[in-house]
Ligand binder design. Sequence first.
Ligand code: GDP
Length: 461
Amino acid sequence: MAGSKTVAAISTPHAVGGISVVRISGPDAIAAADRVFRPVSGRSLAEHRGYTAAYGTVYDGEEAVDEAVVTVFRAPKSYTGEDVAEISCHGGLYVTRRVLMAVLRQGVSPAGPGEFTKRAFLNGKLSLTQAEAVADLIQAGGEQSLRSARGAVNGALYRKIQGLTERMLEVSGHIAAYMDYPEEEIDPVESDEVRSVLTQVKAEMDGLLARFDQGRMIREGVETVILGKPNVGKSTLMNLLAGARKSIVTDIPGTTRDVVEETVTLGGVVLRLADTAGIRETGDAVEQAGVELALERLDSAQLVLAVFDSSSPLTAEDERLMERLGGVPCVAVCNKTDLGQMLDVQKLRERFCPEKSARLVEISAQEGKGLEELSRAVEEVLSLNGIEASGAMLANMRQFSCAERAASLLEEALATLEAGYTLDAVDVSVESVISSLLELTGERVTDAVVEQVFSRFCVGK
Ligand code: GDP
């Protein structure tokens, strides 16, 4: 970035660790590092090529602050595309801050949130969708979300959108060539070809939009409610999933009183679990509050694990629970299979399995049996099976609304074509589709959007 300031920040977490990294980026980065660093070899950093490191001592004035290794990256071959020096010092909070202070005293400015990644974007090292994925990668909580973010950092969405943009540019070029001869009738072959490309690109956009919910579940986790009458084993199941005894497990009905929150991974999917009090009407005020919470959560839930006790027959309470489930994707979990079968599983199966969005599994939460089946059932009801997490996926509302706009403009272009208007009328929509796609990847985007994207980042990234 021409004329940019040199900035620095601590790029590792603000916590005690073995090593911390102070990253400096900008035209003066290596010279500023040289001013605070005395290498053992006596060879200044200015003499170092990119991708090399030097061992020595960081000084603040004449005071030695810490021993460190400084890695030199030369523009454009660095994360930001600028000259970068990374000082790896000891990972104490105070010592790291002292190293940063020493650097800032050299006329270097503190980096803002996401400033290094923003510079990478502005220097063309990353597309906007890749930069957004860096934030997702940092926050990834499970294997699927990691794979999804890594796919986006590697540019899966960017490449897909770029491919579609190229096809739209071809259409636009076609139309432009035609418009040079306005007196000529539109060749039906020509308009068929335009229609065919528009239809294909529209189908691709629709596919991306349709997978948005799945993508979001993969990245952010699935809001899950465990429901069931008291004592069926909800807490035991939750503890099994969490791998720790977080909820209170007792055999007195109604002891899970409040909502316990937990994030667990089942297979590769992150479930945001709320273990709720039994969905039982009761005079007990505390338990009543838990019931309310359970019902409230049901409204926003993306998944319900409805737990039943295999060792006793279905009761009116179970029936009532089933009625409450509505259309939320659901897995009926028949627990306590180790105790022998008293539950009419066939009846439950009939109730659940005709619906595409429900499955039934039998488990023993106490013995930890049936988790694989549960995992598979969850992926099936959420349509996460067969989703390639590393494939192109829209990652946030900004990208979603650009894609939605592109899809509706494509529809408009097709309608204009069907109505028999001239191709230049179609071209108006086609141009707008191209703008929306370029905005999605960040190739044509306002400063305000860029600011907003990077404000999500932490300082140091
Ligand atoms: P909740 O009220 O639905 O949360 O039920 P809990 O998880 O507190 O479990 C109630 C009782 O059932 C406890 O004594 C558990 O140990 C027991 N339990 C839970 N799951 C199983 C299971 O799979 N097999 C057997 N035999 N007992 C279970």
